[in-house]
Design a protein around this ligand. Structure first.
Ligand code: APR
Length: 311
């Protein structure tokens, strides 16, 4: 059986880490694409990862390019192309620059690999994934945004830190947009099956929810020069692996809602089943009135950035 071909569009901080993780998981051969000015950088990263393989014996080939034809017929694309947030910038500030880049990327992917599964990471995420979908004309199951996977991983991390229990046993989800209006569904969070609400006080839970909402910004502030990359890279890998290995994992992702949770025509973070069919299903569940209100607020924020794309 031929190896999968995985194309990373953008080989900066997140793209470089995705390449490393994908190689270590032997998800397939990896091609890191970037602009001509950064071609040397991505070729260098590829070669560096190639030279790491002998230690653990990963069978994956990694290469760098700035030529679109090299990503022809890739099965998965992970897009980080664009500029990251700088201190003081919110994700929406990035819109204009990254929208132009996303339009170009969507046209090229449509031409090179119309049947691929595409994971968008570039920010502002909710608008970028919408822009990719509109410009490429891809079916909705082939396009997804990476946001909830990361936001939920951050929420799980803070819950594990608070309870002193293994992060592996923390189960929870964060829905909605990838911004300050995201919606942690705290009442359904569990630690080894025990409701989190029985373990942590309401006041602390609120503080943890807030830290989750601003977790990206916390890292931007600490770095001073860009945004997080290790956890975003791993979150995208979880999604790509579920697709490539048909794992049918349930991951909160920015999927196109067509009526689910009362949302029509927008990509927003909802529990999504990812398998060989891409986004195969959205798992809808009964939400409380206050969660409905929170989702409606996050939807307003998503609509606002999507409107700014003019698409
Ligand atoms: N085509 C391909 N790559 C591009 C293009 C383009 N048109 N324009 C820019 N890039 C590349 C840059 O050259 C750079 O290597 O995208 C890469 C982005 O990498 P970083 O600047 O290191 O940013 P990173 O931290 O990886 O974040 C990427 O993900 O989470 C979001 O907000 C984040 O939008 C940002 C994206």
């Amino acid at each position: 059986m031929k190896r999968n071909k995985i194309a990373l569009i953008g080989g900066g901080q997140i793209g470089g880490n995705i390449a490393l993780l994908a190689a270590q998981k032997e998800l397939g051969d990896i091609i890191i694409f970037d602009i001509p000015n950064a071609e040397g950088m991505v070729k260098g990263k590829a070669l560096d990862i190639m030279q790491l393989r002998p230690h653990d014996g990963y069978d994956a080939h990694i290469s760098g390019t700035s030529n679109w034809e090299d990503v022809k017929d890739a099965s998965v694309f992970i897009i980080t192309a664009g500029i990251p947030r700088k201190p003081g910038m919110n994700r929406e500030d990035l819109l204009e620059i990254n929208l132009g880049i996303m339009k170009d990327v969507a046209e090229n992917i449509k031409e090179q690999a119309p049947n691929s599964f595409v994971v968008v990471i570039s920010n502002p995420l909710d608008a970028m994934v919408y822009a990719f979908y509109k410009v490429s004309g891809f079916p909705k199951n082939q396009v997804v945004g990476m946001a909830g996977a990361l936001d939920s991983a951050r929420f799980r991390t803070f819950i594990a830190m608070e309870t002193g229990c293994s992060v592996q046993d923390v189960s929870c989800m964060v829905l909605g947009g990838h911004g300050d209006t995201m919606v942690p569904i705290t009442r359904l969070a569990t630690v080894g099956g025990v409701p989190l609400t029985n373990l942590v006080s309401e006041k602390r839970l609120e503080e943890i929810e807030n830290r989750t909402r601003f977790a990206g910004g916390e890292i931007v502030k600490l770095f001073g020069t860009g945004s997080a990359y290790y956890a975003p890279a791993q979150s995208a890998i979880e999604m790509a692996e579920s697709y490539l290995r048909d794992k049918k994992r349930v991951i909160p992702c920015a999927s196109l809602c067509e009526g689910e949770f009362g949302i029509e025509g927008y990509f927003i973070g909802v529990p999504s089943v990812i398998g060989s069919g891409g986004v195969e299903r959205i798992l809808e569940f009964d939400i409380l009135n206050e969660e409905k209100q929170a989702l409606s607020n996050t939807l307003d924020a998503v609509k606002k950035t999507v409107k700014e794309t003019g698409l």
